[in-house]
Design a protein around this ligand. Sequence first.
Ligand SMILES: CC(=O)N[C@H]1[C@@H](OP(=O)(O)OP(=O)(O)OC[C@H]2O[C@@H](n3ccc(=O)[nH]c3=O)[C@H](O)[C@@H]2O)O[C@H](CO)[C@@H](O)[C@@H]1O
Ligand SMILES: C=C(OP(=O)(O)O)C(=O)O
Length: 444
Amino acid sequence: MSKIIVRGGKKLSGRVRIHGAKNAVLPIIAASLLGMEGESVIHDAPPLDDVLVINKVLESLGVEVEYKQESIRINAVRLQTCEASYELVRKMRASFLVMGPLLARMGQARISLPGGCAIGTRPIDQHLKGFEAMGAEIELGQGYIEARINGRLKGAKIYLDVASVGATENIMMAATLAEGTTLIENAAKEPEIVDLANYLNAMGATIRGAGTGTIRIDGVERLRGAVHTVIPDRIEAGTYMIAAAITNSDLYIEGAIGDHLRPVISKMQEMGVQIDEDENGLRVYTTDRPLRAVDVKTLPYPGFPTDMQSQMMALLLTADGTSLVTETVFENRFMHVEQMTNMNAQIKVEGRTAVVSGGVKLQGAKVCATDLRAGAALILAALAAEGDTEITGIHHIDRGYVEIAEKLSRLGADIKRMPIELLETEKQREPDTLPLFVVQPTLA
Ligand SMILES: CC(=O)N[C@H]1[C@@H](OP(=O)(O)OP(=O)(O)OC[C@H]2O[C@@H](n3ccc(=O)[nH]c3=O)[C@H](O)[C@@H]2O)O[C@H](CO)[C@@H](O)[C@@H]1O
Ligand SMILES: C=C(OP(=O)(O)O)C(=O)O
């Protein structure tokens, strides 16, 4: 187990390369289960703990997986079982994305309930509603969800009550092998949905409308492996954009796609941050200080991403004036607030809105990453703070950022990873066995 120690106040400079998107590669790996012939090769697969976990899920199903130098070779021809165990699914919620492909290909699937993570209850009712509309019978028992279909899934018209990213992906994957046409209405529009649809189409699927509110999937009989390069991670890119602004530095974010980051770019520009776009990435720098306070409300894409809310809050702490940050996607995504308060931040939470008073000097402190993006935000706040900040709980951060301390250090930050000396009793709880969320049955 390790911790990250940051001494604040350093300027950053240079270029940082953005890795492939975690939230794109996870469904793409799950979709590879649909390959009934040939193998898939997925390039720009980021070396993250989450990627290792979903690879293990596939291996546990009898699939051959080889992961080398950010490319994954997957051969699912001999897919054997249709059960994903609690041991793996509890480690990462996105493991539930194997449900759709397994049901489509094997006619049944038995997956442990993913439960709700620290940021909210995160039910899966919309995934199940979609499978049921396609003719599946769903049963819940002993912490597992079992879905079955006699013969093939049937195309259906499915209106999602919330534009859920995971439900859109799971239903879209299941529908590729269904008999007839499926329409997903009020579908999520995130760039990761479009990347998944592109991959499925390369496998032989017929999907139109991904990236809009209505996705049409004309079912086909068979899919085969395909070669695909994952899109750059817009949340990793956004995090480094904030690193540049919060330290008054000048950074080039290599690989960032401006069109995927429009709401983040526009909010940062409103604050007074300079952003230049070209075809290879973004240059982010500041010319005027202090930055201006702005209000931010998270929304499904193309709104401001909830996965950037905590990092944006860190930046707003350094702005002049009071900002309102409203979280509408997850009901419990302000856990970084208490940790930031330990760093002298002045934030008051009122329901779904945090009132952030900017301009108060942040002080280094001992803090804990309670979830992935909360952890990233604490690192950002620490870069701007006076003195040393010690961040524990970094197994959360390693789920979604490739070598964050090493990348920031190469840009000039005073940041290092240090082993944590564990007491004998604590050694029994190794980081990779620590659940990332509390498992609780949350069907609806
Ligand atoms: C691996 C991955 O891609 N994770 C992303 C994905 O998570 P994930 O796919 O889990 O998020 P969803 O879009 O499904 O969740 C959005 C909202 O819908 C609700 N909901 C969802 C499903 C459902 O069946 N019923 C329901 O009520 C959730 O509780 C939440 O309030 O999108 C989130 C929203 O952009 C991001 O924060 C996560 O980083
Ligand atoms: C919440 C996130 O991921 P996940 O859905 O995998 O928990 C995230 O990437 O910020």
